[in-house]
Structure formats: C-alpha cells, structure tokens
Ligand binder design. Structure first.
Ligand code: NAD
Ligand code: MG
Ligand code: MG
Ligand code: MG
Ligand code: MG
Length: 344
C-alpha cells in the first residue's frame, strides 16, 4: 500500500513555467484559496478568469483587484485549466455547469482530493486531473506571495491524458508561489485520506474533545471554571507554538522537568490502546468510504446532524467561560516576551 506514496519535492528551479505560457486559468470561487490563487497567478503573468455566480458578493472585490469575472461555465469555456476552488460540498453541483466546457487536453485542477477520490466528480477521459494543495489557509498563500515568499504545497496527478499533467501542475504551483517553498508529490488518495484522518482524529476532533474532557474532569472535581479553562484550553496555544517551531523536543525542553516527567509517564495512560483502536476505526471509515458516504448524505439532507452538533459545541460551558476570560485578558499577546507565555 505504501509503494504508491511518494515524497519527491520540487522547487522553483525544477519548474518550467512555459507549460502555462499560452494558457488561461479559470479560478472557480473567490474564497480563502480562490482569491489567493487568482491574484498570485495574475501577478505571475498568467491569464486568469474568476468564475462566480451572477449574484456573488465576490464579483466586486475580484473586479476591484483587476481580475476578469464571468460565470463558472463561461470561465471554464475560455480556460485551458479550470481550478475548482468552491467549497468541497458545492463542487459536484458547480462541476455539472462546467463539464460541457471541458475540451480535449484541458486540465481540471483541485486543491483537495475529496470529490475525485470518492467519485463525487467523474471527469471525462480527455482531460488531465491534477491537484495543487497549498498546506495553509488562502490568506497565508496570498500574504507569503506578496512578501516574495512561498507556501509549501502538495502535487498529485489523478489523470494524465496529455502527458504534460505534472509539468502543468508544477507551473501552476510556481504561479501561486508554492514552488518557492517546495512542492511535495503525493496522490489524490493519500492527500484525501490523511487530510480527513488528521482533522478527525487529531487536529480538530481529537484536540477539541481532549480539551473538553480535560476541562470537565477538573470542573467536576470542584476546581474553578477559570482554572480549568486556562489549564486545558488557553495554554494549548503556547504548547502548540513550541511544537510548530521546534518539534516535540522544543516543547519538552521548554516546560518544567516536572511537566516533562508527568507528561511522559502519564500521556500514554490517557491516549491508551483504546484510543489507538478508535483511531484505527476512524481511519478505516475514511479508507472504505463510509465517512464520505455519510457526509454526502448529510449534505443532501440539509445537514441535520451537523447543525445540531455545531450548536451543541457553541453551547458548551467552556465557550462561555472562554468568552468571559478572553474579554478580561484582551491585552494578552500584545508585545509580550514570547518566553513568558511558555510556562506550563
Ligand atoms: P471557501 O469556503 O473559503 O470559499 C469558497 C468560495 O466559493 C466562496 O467565497 C464563493 O466565492 C464560492 N462559493 C461558495 N458557495 C458557492 C456556491 N454555492 N456556488 C458557487 N460558488 C460558491 O473555500 P476554500 O476554503 O478556499 O476551499 C476551496 C478548496 O480549497 C476546497 O477544495 C478546500 O478543501 C481546499 N483547501 C482549502 C484550504 C483552506 O485552508 N481554506 C487549504 C487547502 C485546500
Ligand atoms: Mg476550455
Ligand atoms: Mg488538511
Ligand atoms: Mg480537510
Ligand atoms: Mg501548568
């Protein structure tokens, strides 16, 4: 299974931008990724048309930046590369509008693999299907580009009809600035499955639940809500910043020896074999398509479960406590010595 996963990395000098020289890129959507891709490509000298709904509030901002705007269908008709940057749940519907305009040798370009990998979009055989997925939110893709810096990105080729799919994707990556920082080769499958697993088990689901259960444990044992909030939620940022800068080592170096010994001896009592088994189960549901099927059906039913869980999370006590405390400590983070904030 691992043999199809690759870790080749490409930089600017590997990229021949002439692969994009006579191409027009349609950027569908002008949100987080869309505005960044459109503006960066435009400033890199690429012909860009932004595809938006007739009544989209993004039409004016895009035009104000000097970009050409059309409907998704019209933009796709004029383009050689169609970059699909509307929300993942909206992509299948928008795809219906553009499919008739995908000509022989065009490229369908994505920033996440969900709809291709789980067959929610089935492109015709006569187009290339590629992915350039910046590893950061769009505002950073834009800001880094403006500073002459780059954002690392992922590259994947799902379908190569022209024989030129990878080179064109790399040229696109260079146009949005990713090749300045490095473009890592992957597959649609690997990108999609690791992204879903990561956000469910660790980044979003796992961490939110860890915080809430830690908070509830302290409050149920009689400690104050404020202390529970600070220990289990507020300090999370300080710890994660250390990991981001220098890995687990920087975090363990920075906390007290007591925190290090306690963490190292108790961490795997908390994240124990049950949690490992649960993670395997979550990964399996990602791999066998069960999660994707559930999420597609949830959207078709107008999101009943999502709506209820979204509200329940907003109603959790830790959110009220946090709002109160953050208002009291609104000065936090302004001009402080970073080291002062890393004591655990
Ligand atoms: P977004 O939600 O920020 O923006 C989507 C834009 O699409 C909107 O601003 C609007 O212009 C348009 N849009 C919204 N609803 C629409 C509809 N019903 N019909 C037509 N157009 C509509 O989206 P995003 O976060 O930029 O995500 C775009 C793609 O990039 C997704 O595939 C996502 O997985 C991927 N991606 C996002 C990030 C990120 O950090 N945001 C990072 C990497 C990849
Ligand atoms: Mg075309
Ligand atoms: Mg992700
Ligand atoms: Mg994701
Ligand atoms: Mg502490």
């Amino acid at each position: 299974m691992t043999d199809e996963f690759t870790t080749e990395i490409h930089y600017e000098e590997d990229v021949d931008e002439s692969h994009l020289a006579n191409s027009t890129v349609a950027v569908l959507g002008y949100g987080s990724q869309g505005h960044a891709h459109a503006l960066n490509l435009h400033e890199s000298g690429v012909d860009v048309i932004v595809g938006l709904r007739e009544n989209s509030s993004s039409r004016e901002p895009a035009r104000a930046e000097g970009l050409e705007v059309a409907t998704a269908a019209e933009a796709a008709k004029q383009a050689d590369i169609v970059s699909v940057l509307v929300p993942d749940t909206v992509q299948p519907a928008v795809y219906e509008e553009i499919e008739p305009h995908l000509e022989e040798g065009d490229t369908l370009q994505f920033a996440h693999g969900f709809n291709i990998h789980y067959n929610q979009i089935r492109p015709p055989e006569h187009v290339d299907v590629t992915m350039i997925a910046p590893k950061s939110p769009g505002h950073l893709v834009r800001r880094n580009y403006e500073r002459g810096e780059g954002t690392p990105g992922l590259l994947a080729v799902y379908q190569d009809t022209t024989g030129d799919a990878k080179e064109r994707a790399l040229a696109y990556a260079k146009g949005i600035g990713c090749a300045r920082a490095g473009v890592v080769e992957t597959t649609f499958r690997e990108e999609t499955e690791t992204d879903l697993f990561g956000e469910q088990a660790v980044l979003c689901g796992g961490i939110a639940e860890l915080i809430k259960v830690g908070y509830e444990t302290l409050v149920d044992a009689g400690y104050s809500e404020e202390m529970a909030y600070f220990e289990c939620m507020n300090e999370m940022k300080l710890i994660v910043d250390l990991m981001y800068e220098g890995g687990l080592g920087a975090m363990w170096d920075s906390v007290s020896d007591t925190a290090e010994y306690g963490g190292l001896t108790r961490g795997d009592e908390i994240i124990d074999d049950n949690v490992r088994a649960n993670m395997d189960e979550v990964l399996e549901q990602v791999q066998n398509g069960e999660f994707a099927t559930e999420w597609v059906a949830e959207n078709q039913a107008n999101r009943p479960v999502y709506t209820q869980l979204n509200q329940a999370e907003k109603d959790h006590e830790i959110e009220e406590v946090g709002e109160r405390l953050r208002a009291l400590f609104a000065w936090e983070g302004e001009g402080e010595d970073e080291d002062e904030k890393t004591r655990v």
